[in-house]
Design a protein around this ligand. Structure first.
Ligand code: FAD
Length: 285
């Protein structure tokens, strides 16, 4: 039998939330869209649930000339509807708008979308591509973690159980853009077979790539960062042949599994195609 005496606490500040989490098997709850499924299927049996929905400090999107900061309890729908994010960080905006359906997006939060760590999720590759840094707090202190170093495996991150994601910060670049594309063979609201995010910044001459990042989801146990592709592209003009050569390197680093959304062999074949299209889309803006 599932425990019937799970406590449900509703802190109203970050410090109260951090006090509340100090119990074995206690968990934070954002929008509850993933947690509810894990709880219902008895994959988790928390002793205490600490719902963050009443913590005002964890809400809001803040845009300055140098960075965009998104607080952890901002919903996916709010991210998807934000005009500054659509203009400054198209990959993030498109990925947020692609998640599940309107009901999921209305409830799901940024913190939950990052901490859940399902490798098919749309937002992590987009956020990694644009250089997001995760701010976390616990009773022991605070730390900032590049999202590129956040994922350890299927449903696993570097977070300890007591660590709370408070926000992510994305630096803004002067000459650059980003993109996100995905493919799903079933309903639009389903997880993707594959998703590809890219971000490209240009040098002051306007013709040479300064940095280029491509990140894939759905083809490994964590988001796959195409590091060799970055090395090939940086310092070039990003001509079509170089883009294709760079994108082809992902074939060797993906580690897809067979599932109802496609075979491993199929996913390995389309990974370079999606990496190329995401990068190309940045070069065409
Ligand atoms: C029908 C359906 C379709 C979906 N389709 C897609 C899809 O197409 N693409 C996609 O990317 N995702 C999809 N998802 C997954 C969805 O993105 C996640 O369920 C959602 O983002 C989780 O956010 P949440 O706030 O509801 O998290 P919760 O369920 O509240 O929490 C998830 C995890 O994060 C932890 N957590 C929450 N907030 C914090 C915090 N601030 N600090 C530390 N830990 C925290 C919780 O303890 C838990 O471990 C789908 C989900 C459903 C139910």
């Amino acid at each position: 039998m599932q425990s019937t005496d799970t406590e449900f606490l509703i802190p109203s500040s970050v410090s109260e939330a951090l006090e509340n989490i100090a119990k074995e098997d206690a968990i934070f709850l954002g929008g509850g869209t993933s947690t509810a499924l894990l709880y219902k299927t008895r994959l988790i049996e928390p002793s205490r649930v600490v719902w963050l929905g009443n913590v005002g400090e964890l809400k809001g999107i803040f845009v300055s000339t140098t960075a965009v900061t998104i607080s952890a309890m901002t919903t996916i729908a709010e991210i998807s509807a934000n005009r500054d994010i659509a203009t400054l960080l198209p990959a993030v905006s498109v990925a947020a708008g692609a998640i599940g359906n309107a009901r999921v997006r209305a409830m799901a939060t940024l913190g939950g979308a990052l901490a859940h760590a399902d490798p098919r999720q749309d937002l992590p590759p987009a956020m990694i591509a644009v250089g997001a840094v995760v701010s976390v707090k616990s009773a022991a202190g605070s730390r900032d973690i590049p999202l590129a170093k956040f994922y350890e495996g299927f449903l696993e991150t570097v977070l300890t159980p007591e660590e709370l994601i408070t926000a992510i910060t994305i630096p803004l670049v002067r000459e650059g853009t980003s993109s996100y594309i995905r493919y799903t063979p079933t309903s639009e609201g389903d997880y993707p077979t594959i998703g590809a995010a890219a971000a490209v910044t240009m040098a002051a001459d306007g013709n040479t790539i300064e940095t280029a990042t491509a990140v894939l989801c759905g083809v490994g146990t964590v988001p796959i960062i195409a590091e060799e592709a970055s090395r090939i592209l940086e310092g070039t003009t990003g001509d079509d042949a170089t883009l294709r050569r760079a994108a082809n390197t992902v074939r060797e680093i993906v580690d897809p599994q067979d599932d109802e959304r496609g075979t491993a062999a199929y996913k390995r074949e389309i990974a370079p195609v999606f990496a190329y299209r995401a990068l190309k889309s940045c070069m065409q803006r």
